[in-house]
Design a protein around this ligand. Structure first.
Ligand code: ADP
Ligand code: ZN
Length: 620
């Protein structure tokens, strides 16, 4: 593609990418970098970071070098650009020497607009000499938080990137990350020598993601229900803590007829990359994974992210859930969470080898996460608050949509805490949650009789609450640190705060256990026979339009398979929704749909119009 330098950023956005307008700070960032300045961009996942360097790459003479740690994804990134008619290439260790030389030669000949480069290449002097031979448009440093030693994705190779500014001081640099914390941001600035860069901080809100946290009862069954009723045929990621639960969950989902695959560090790397490729390339695959999976997953149409185990911090949770709905269409972040999670995590921290300071830090991370789980406030508000961003109730989370009842749990808490005191004072004993609940509910189990706990004065004083409700009380006491868990036997112990609670110094408001909605599953079964798409992406469409959307999706799957590219490289979901909704009759009308640029109009336009026309003919 030849671009006349006089093109504006907006022209490129419209003709090459097929989008109407810039989002958020994109226009200003592109201005800054195209004009030769440096930029530090903090934008949430899905915010649209790529365009911030791709458009300046097309506007400035020469080739833009993109440093990215995501070697496995470079090929797909380049394919996606080529599909838009942009000249792009990559250099990393996955290539043979011939392929690398060919890419280098095109770059030197000025035939590339973008060149993706793995950071470890910068350790070789040959790379420096190669870059010296290029006309450099800019350097883009993607996933810039990898330079931070305190962040969660530190890559030693990233420390070398300070050389870019030293060796090529006149080439503008743009560093991008989705990590929000001020500490990481300061480290990026310092280590990359970006003091003169203009800083762009976007809102970290992801309004299209609906946050939902349910209490854990039969987690896999709850998950299957969610997928069947709301995410039928959608791509999603399910996070589990252990390899064993990844395997088990993937198997259970498959049994339920869901196209699911496991992914964890214990699988051979060939299997891992096979699964990752299927997930990226095909429609509607569910990946069940440990958190090892996901960084840089460039798939815009992940419709749900589910957590079957409690994440260790809000940062982690937000980053993982952020992989849903990068295309801006409705998406779900769903979690099932229960008492056992809290006990397990608290115990894990207490028993870890770290020093006391480290344990306290981990404890604080977990407290914030538990606070989010048990909050009576808007979930999004709690999350954004955590990142220092003020906001109002969102209207798109479970607490906003279905406000939980709260109840005064002060007396119940006193009953429980005083049972623990009695056991300890009178008998020097401590027990876990199950046994304590049995005592409170007056159950004469073998263990109770054996220990003579039916003689305790608190035996049977709590039968007004169900076992489930007692578990919720304990969970919330743990979340508020009115209780702690011993590191060896997961027995419940008192904390300093317990005494105040026992004396009734605070009122303890608790979240009412939401009742499982049984009728929902009935509806799902009766609707299961219908062909209509229940994909969340198509939620805004009428029934007839959804059928067209499904036909377009089938065509896309076929086309992507034939070209062996990921489906979203052909068109993202958002574009198919746009086509199904507006039913264009001409190429001009099709070009109006967001995401249809010049190259794709030429390649796919006629076929898409045929599918729309056929649908109009049969449906109406
Ligand atoms: P990030 O790298 O910040 O996670 P991406 O650059 O992958 O986000 O963009 C996320 C999605 O949003 C992509 O599908 C991209 O094509 C789309 N997108 C980006 N900018 C715009 C825009 N101005 N208008 C419409 N869609 C956009
Ligand atoms: Zn809300």
């Amino acid at each position: 593609m030849t671009l006349v330098p006089r093109l504006t950023a907006l022209d490129v956005l419209r003709t090459t990418f097929g989008y109407d307008e810039f989002r958020g700070d994109q226009a200003e960032i592109i201005d800054q970098v195209s004009g030769g300045g440096d930029a530090l961009v903090l934008m949430p996942t899905g915010g649209g970071k790529s365009l911030c360097y791709q458009i300046p790459a097309l506007l400035r003479p020469g080739v833009a070098v993109v440093i990215s740690p995501l070697i496995a994804l470079m090929h797909d990134q380049v394919t996606a650009l080529e599909a838009l008619g942009v000249r792009a290439g990559f250099i990393n260790s996955s290539q043979g020497i011939d392929e690398r030389r060919a890419t280098e030669a095109s770059a030197v000949a000025g035939e590339l607009d973008l060149l993706y480069l793995a950071p470890e290449r910068l350790g070789m002097e040959a790379t420096g000499e190669f870059l010296d031979r290029l006309q450099l448009a800019l350097f883009a440093i993607d996933e810039a938080h990898c330079v931070s030693q305190w962040g969660h994705d530190f890559r030693p190779d990233y420390l070398r990137l300070s050389m870019l500014g030293e060796r090529w001081p006149d080439v503008p640099r743009i560093a991008l990350t989705a990590t929000a914390t001020p500490a990481v941001r300061a480290e990026i600035t310092e280590r990359l020598g970006l003091d003169a860069a203009k800083v762009f901080v976007s809102s970290f809100d992801r309004p299209n993601i609906r946050y939902r946290i349910e209490s854990k009862q039969q987690p896999v069954k709850q998950l299957v229900e969610l997928i069947r009723t709301e995410h039928d045929g959608d791509a999603g990621i399910v996070y589990c803590l252990s390899r064993a639960s990844v395997e088990k969950t993937a198997e259970a989902l498959c049994k339920a007829g869901i196209d699911a695959m496991p992914y964890h560090a214990g699988l051979p790397s060939a299997v891992r990359s096979k699964h990752q490729n299927r997930f990226l390339r095909e429609d509607g695959v569910v990946m069940v994974a440990t958190i090892a999976f996901g960084m840089g997953i460039d798939k815009p149409d992940v419709r749900f992210v589910a957590h079957l185990d409690l994440p260790k911090s809000i940062e982690g949770y937000y980053q993982e859930t952020g992989r849903a709905g990068r295309d801006g269409l409705p998406a779900t972040a769903w979690m099932a969470y229960g008492l056992a999670d809290v006990v397990q995590q608290r115990q894990f921290i207490a028993g870890s080898d770290g020093d006391e300071q480290h344990k306290r830090l981990q404890g604080r991370h977990l407290d914030s996460m538990l606070g989010l789980c048990e909050t009576l406030r808007c979930r999004r508000q709690v999350i954004l608050d955590y990142f220092g961003e003020p906001s109002g109730p969102c209207g798109n989370c479970d607490t906003c949509l279905n406000p939980p009842q709260s109840w005064d749990g002060t007396v119940a808490s006193q009953k429980l805490l005083s049972t623990i005191v009695r056991l300890r004072r009178e008998r020097g004993q401590s027990f876990g949650a199950v046994h304590l609940i049995d005592i409170l509910r007056g159950k004469r189990t073998e263990k109770i009789e054996q220990w003579g706990h039916d003689e305790l004065s608190t035996f049977g004083i709590g039968d007004e609450l169900t076992e489930m409700q007692w578990r919720a009380v304990i969970r919330q006491l743990l979340a508020g640190v009115y209780l702690s868990v011993s590191d060896r036997h997961s027995t419940l112990e008192l904390t300093d705060a317990s005494w105040g609670a026992m004396r009734g110094e605070q009122q303890l408001w608790m979240r009412e256990q939401p009742i499982m909605e049984a009728p929902r599953s009935k509806r799902s079964r009766s609707e299961a026979g219908e062909k209509r798409s229940r994909s969340a992406a198509a939620a805004s469409l009428s029934d007839a339009d959804r059928e067209l959307f499904e036909r377009l999706r089938a065509w896309r799957a076929e086309t992507a398979r034939a070209a062996s590219v990921p489906a979203y490289v052909v068109f993202p979901d958002a574009t198919l929704v746009g086509i199904a909704d507006s039913r264009p009759g001409t190429l001009e009308e099709l070009a109006e749909v967001s995401g249809v640029g010049k190259a794709k109009l030429e390649r796919y336009g006629d076929r898409v119009l045929e599918i729309v026309a056929l649908d109009v003919a049969t449906d109406r």
